[in-house]
Design a protein around this ligand. Structure first.
Ligand code: ADP
Length: 211
């Protein structure tokens, strides 16, 4: 049998969730007086072990530690929403120059482009920006909308999808990052960007689990 040694912080999280379920990650972070980001890996571990369950927009529930030991595949339980990062989104009419500045300032690998109503309409990667930069263009005059990869050719993933779905999409579409989207219920084919799921996030998670 696998013996799982939880950290003091993870035990504290379990106690909070047991007493206050359903409880959001923000509230757990508040109770422990740390940031939501500082708790991310603990919450991921506890959901992957099956000790906690996370329901989008509701919060975390306690499931039980004995069941956790039976969890054969911790990755199976984790949803994209448990691990997704903050996306860099910019409007399609801003210049390529300004997108480059945003990418540096926010240390992002790519930018997701949105239209006037904030619906996803494109993606630019660093290589797209480099390609435009080696031409003889004045980058302050080229709108990013002119060089982006456009909808409907964007590979996306929903917040409730499994990490396997996301990883498979990243690999088969040969891209570094997927916008995590929520479909507009009243308009087919229109999506709001709620997060990002990148190869970097998955790699870091892989290491956190080993540790
Ligand atoms: P890089 O260009 O740095 O290798 P990517 O592999 O992510 O980065 O991007 C390769 C190409 O795919 C780029 O032209 C980019 O616009 C496009 N692209 C990036 N992400 C996506 C995505 N989620 N869906 C569709 N196309 C994408």
């Amino acid at each position: 049998m696998v013996i799982i040694q939880l950290t003091k912080r993870q035990e504290e999280i379990i106690t909070i969730v047991k007493n206050q379920e359903p409880i959001t990650g923000e509230l757990i972070a508040e109770s422990l007086q740390v940031t939501r980001a500082a708790l991310r890996s603990d919450l991921v571990v506890l959901t992957m072990l099956g000790i906690l369950d996370a329901k989008p927009k509701v919060g975390y529930f306690y499931i039980g530690q004995s069941q956790a030991l039976k969890a054969a595949n911790p990755f199976q339980e984790t949803r994209v929403s448990d691990v997704m990062g903050v996306p860099l989104t910019v409007h399609q009419d801003i210049s390529v120059y300004d997108v480059i500045v945003h990418i540096f300032m926010e240390d992002a690998g790519c930018a997701f482009i949105v239209d006037e109503q904030d619906y996803l309409c494109g993606v630019v990667s660093r290589k797209d920006l480099l390609k435009t930069s080696i031409g003889s263009n004045d980058l302050t005059k080229v709108p990013v909308g002119m060089i982006m990869t456009r909808m409907p050719n964007i590979a996306t993933v929903e917040a409730g999808a499994s990490l396997f779905t996301a990883a498979e999409r990243l690999v088969t579409r040969q891209v570094d990052s997927l916008p995590v989207v929520q479909q507009d219920k009243s308009q087919a084919g229109k999506f709001k960007v709620v997060g990002k799921l990148s190869k970097t996030i998955l790699s870091k998670l892989f290491l956190e689990i080993r540790e």
